[in-house]
Design a protein around this ligand. Sequence first.
Ligand code: GBH
Length: 493
Amino acid sequence: MYLKIIIFIAFIKFIRNGDCQIHEFPSYFEFGISTSAYQIEGAWNEDGKGENIWDRFTHEYPNRIADRSTGDIACDSYRQWENDINLVKDLGVTYYRFSISWSRLLPTGFSNKINPAGVRYYNNIIDKLLQNDIEPMVTLYHWDLPQPLQDLGGLTNPVIAKYFRDYAIVVYTLFGDRVKKWITFNEPWSICLSTYENGNHAPGIAMPGIGCYLCSKVLLLAHAKAYHAYDKRFRKTQNGIVGITISTFWYESKTLSEKDAVATERALQMNFGWCMNPIFSNKGDFPKVMKDRIEFVSKSQNFSESRLPTLTPSEIKYIQGTYDFLGLNHYTTRFIEEGNLTPSQVPSFDDDVGVKMEVDPKWEKSAAHWLFVVPWGFRRLLNWIRVKYNNPLVFVTENGYPDKGELNDEARIRYHNQYLTELLNSINDGCNVQRYTLWSLTDNMEWSSGYTLKFGLYYVDFNNSSRPRLPKSSASYYKGVINNRSLPNFTNC
Ligand code: GBH
């Protein structure tokens, strides 16, 4: 009888192993969780914080936010930071990616006046994280530019690059004894397009085909200045690393035709390569295909020169190589065909890229109109980065799934499990990916979507003034992955 039971158990185990393959993460691999200041902190005008562009935008143009909401209170993390760190701790992650609110630290944006309450707030967070063996990974700029700097033209004014460097130096000086991973900017592509191309994001300036390119040059110089400042003045004593987070969709050629392949490569180069090439390629500079294209189109539109500013040889040199790692945000994929999106504004970024983007009707949708579940795109992207950019050290700094706030969030669990499966496959392909940071800890202020889209592992009740948090099923899923360092294979189980 006893023997029969053992044989039976062995048999079941055998079947389970066959069906439910276990995927192990390498020992160096780390899991984290991500947030950003404006999306969670609230306390927009408290304890000396200055006004930033999202404060101004949400207050002045309520109709440009889906639910007419603001980040005035958001998740109230300015008060509930300790509780939030307990949630981070409970997940079992080894690091926490959060951002510093520039105007909480420097109320006017300029470095001559530091807000002591801001210093205290971030010191508290950093110290509490370290007490709990959680490494702080800090983003300097997650979209919340101090309003006075916007009044000077924001990221289209080259002088802002210097003020960004000054801000970075204040931050390294105050916190760099304890923070060893820095991200200068979160998502140049989103910053330049959403802010200055289509104006969907604060401060809502729509200058299609012009603003986004001016922004990209200033942003690259600002990033490089902050990197070089760290290199010169802090690296020796503080011994940390500095990178930038770049986001991209994966673009897959819709057909096997040569012309669609060319269009797809152009789409990749003009979206991801745009800020990736100047920093991470051996030659530096904007991608050639991008320069040629925009110059050609600009001239045919009667502009006296390309709408894409030139990087001078010394600027190219100054920007090239300013990274210790690539932060990568990735969410979704599109199919690409040669031809123009119609109707398209002229001039515009989309018109310059000049490709048709499509989704496959079979792809699973999410609550966000732009996000379709296409896990294999993640593996293609990681391998493209490996081949194109000499296999850089990659930290995935965001990957997440939006829904309407379900507590039993099966779709989110499926999304992460599939994307993590593809990440593991990429590691097996030889990609140097060492971190995965899930977006996000709690439901939060999703920019122009307000609180209508939820990315959190923890539900937040935004109708309750104390903003209680509740774990969703995905929180225990992620905990399990981290704890077991492996994935349950849901597709086969
Ligand atoms: C990230 O950006 C952000 O870093 C993070 O703050 C945010 O909460 C998270 O995504 C979830 O959205 O409406 O068709 O113009 C992700 C990249 C780029 C995705 C802009 C949405 C708008 C597409 N985002 N994009 S559209």
